[in-house]
Design a protein around this ligand. Structure first.
Ligand SMILES: Cc1ncc(COP(=O)(O)O)c(C=O)c1O
Length: 438
């Protein structure tokens, strides 16, 4: 079974003439044979340049919460941009979106941005400006965007390079980062209560922030252990450290109020992007009044030419209105649970050890082990090669998870019952093929 990818390959060769590796984000390069060129999307589906159709579980790395090209969002944007797109003045739509984000997430104050990278970078600056301290803790396997401060020990780090648990090494994920930057970040294993407590006690006087993805959205959706987020909250309170929840993947996806609502822990600052605009560029930092009020002219710098642009805010206005008024996330949970259960049953029948972890709107599948990981180090005990073969067999048959098991499966409202049933049929066939070819 082989797809026709003639047009796709031809376009990709052309892309490589002008764009390094033919992609505008390194994560999109899967090798010369497997990198797709996609021409359109609708609901739960995308099509490549050869008109092969895929049920999409990558959802652009998470932003699509309603469906590709979701008409009410697209129409709101189209309507709004007729009157211009950017004014360098506050517009009514910005006010409405800030109010919605505040109401849905419990933030006192909200500033808007365009991407996750932009808001995690600004959130760190706000925390530094507020505390007068410079270093911060993040956790291994977490990705917070492309700025220099956070490109250490992300999910791309080989586990053998992370050092011992008691003395973790900051693994730099790119050349071009100034040498001194690594001093500002301390990476720790997720869910390691003892190591966290020791580190905070030793370094609190220099710690501006603890930045955490409340679940490991860049490492298969590993969940926080009971009490873990509460422990971080307690240590931040005790030592005057700013708690930043990076909700770029969890925000407006696992609950309308994101991980803060789902896990019942309130951060000082939370960063949002992805699902907030159903695929349009929009992001936000929401936080407590006391912390957010350090932003200002001559105080802590935050801004940008495109912050609050009409395209992004109109999309967020429509997306958040739909999330607030319709049972979107509840429905995604139900259907996602059916999919997780179905996948688990098929793998059990096939005798393949596995765990299906995370939450239905963002879940991970680990093959080759039935021990659930609690941090990125444990996660690396799975059989990545088997996962990749299964993912490729699925893609060949029109079901598209990421080929890399660290990237979770994402669900959206357009994955209806029929789409889930079709996915499970294809999944069963793909498992049989992978077993046969083993
Ligand atoms: C948790 C988290 N934070 C930040 C980012 C960066 O967001 P962006 O790609 O919009 O810059 C990502 C991207 O995947 C993310 O998963």
């Amino acid at each position: 079974m082989t797809r026709n990818l003639t047009q796709t390959h031809a376009l990709f060769q052309k892309a490589k003439q002008f764009i390094p590796y033919g992609v505008n984000s390194n994560f999109r390069y899967w090798g010369d044979e497997d990198t797709l060129v996609v021409t359109r999307g609708e609901g739960a589906y995308i099509w490549d340049a050869d008109e092969n159709r895929y049920i999409d579980y990558r959802l652009a790395f998470g932003p699509i919460i309603l469906g590709h090209g979701y008409p009410p969002v697209v129409e709101r944007v189209a309507e709004a941009i007729r009157d211009g797109t950017l004014f360098a003045w506050t517009v009514p739509l910005e006010i409405r979106v800030a109010e919605r984000v505040a109401r849905m997430t419990g933030a006192d104050k909200v500033r808007l941005g365009n991407t996750g990278t932009e808001v995690t970078m600004h959130a760190l600056r706000i925390a530094r400006g507020y505390t007068g301290r410079e270093r911060f803790i993040k956790f291994e396997g977490q990705y917070h965007g492309m700025h220099d401060y956070v490109l250490f020990s992300t999910a791309g780090a080989p586990v053998g390079s992370l050092g011992s648990r008691r003395s973790p090494i900051n693994v730099q994920m790119s050349s071009g980062i100034p040498e001194g930057i690594r001093h500002y970040v301390i990476n720790l294993p997720f869910n390691d209560f003892e190591r966290l407590e020791e580190t905070v006690e030793a370094h609190w006087h220099e710690l501006a922030a603890i930045m955490v993805e409340p679940l490991l959205g860049n490492a298969a959706g590993i969940l926080p252990q009971p009490g873990w987020l509460e422990k971080i909250r307690e240590l931040c309170d005790r030592y005057g450290i700013v708690l930043i929840f990076d909700e770029v993947k969890t925000g407006f996806r696992i609950a309308n109020g994101g991980a803060q609502e789902y896990f019942g822990v309130q951060a000082d600052l939370a960063t949002y992007a992805k699902a907030m605009g159903n695929g349009f560029p929009i992001a936000a930092i929401g936080g407590k009044e006391e912390v957010m009020e350090v932003i200002g002219y001559g105080k802590v710098a935050h801004g940008g030419t495109y912050t609050g642009n009409i395209v992004g805010v109109a999309a967020a206005d429509a997306t958040l209105e739909i999330l607030e008024t319709q049972p979107i996330i509840e429905t995604i949970f139900q259907r996602g649970q059916q999919l997780m259960d179905g996948i688990g049953e098929i793998l059990t029948r096939a005798g393949i050890p596995h765990c299906v972890i995370g939450l239905p709107p963002i879940f991970g599948l680990i093959l080759g082990t039935d021990e659930e990981p609690t941090d990125f180090r444990d996660y690396c005990g799975g059989d990545d090669e088997l996962y990749e073969r299964l993912a490729m067999a699925l893609i060949e048959r029109g079901v598209m998870p990421d080929g890399d098991g660290r990237e979770p499966w994402f669900l959206c409202y357009s994955h209806d019952e029929e789409v889930i049933a079709d996915t499970l049929t294809v999944f069963e066939e793909a498992v049989k093929t992978v077993k046969r070819d083993a």
